[in-house]
Write a protein that binds this ligand. Structure first.
Ligand SMILES: [Zn+2]
Length: 108
């Protein structure tokens, strides 16, 4: 899951992977290819924590230890999901860098 899709080595992003988002790319430690995550995989990785947070928030009383535990555990869950269950991919090259025209533009 954390292997670089470009060089197949361990991308070795470590904790940086938790900061990875579709808007932020991080270079692979082995080959320096910019790595990112698609919106789909990003949202899937955030989904369990979001659901847990929402349920916990709705069913705990405000400013109680239970609510703080829900908030804390959802942050931990989000980080774990991003670290271990979020596939990384090569960031699409910036304009001018690659002449290859992408037929499947994913806007929206
Ligand atoms: Zn690499």
């Amino acid at each position: 899951m954390n292997n670089c899709p470009a060089c197949n080595e361990d991308s070795n992003l470590g904790w940086h992977k938790a900061t990875l988002s579709p808007l932020i790319s991080i270079p692979c430690k082995a080959c320096e290819t910019e790595l990112t995550v698609s919106w789909k995989n990003y949202l899937i990785a955030l989904l369990p924590a979001s659901i847990w947070f929402l349920i916990g928030y709705l069913y705990t009383e405000e400013s109680t230890i239970e609510q703080y535990l829900v908030i804390g555990s959802s942050i931990i869950l989000m980080t774990v999901c991003q670290m271990f269950f979020m596939p990384i991919e090569v960031a699409t090259p910036k304009e001018g860098e690659d002449a290859d025209t992408d037929t499947d533009t994913d806007k929206g």
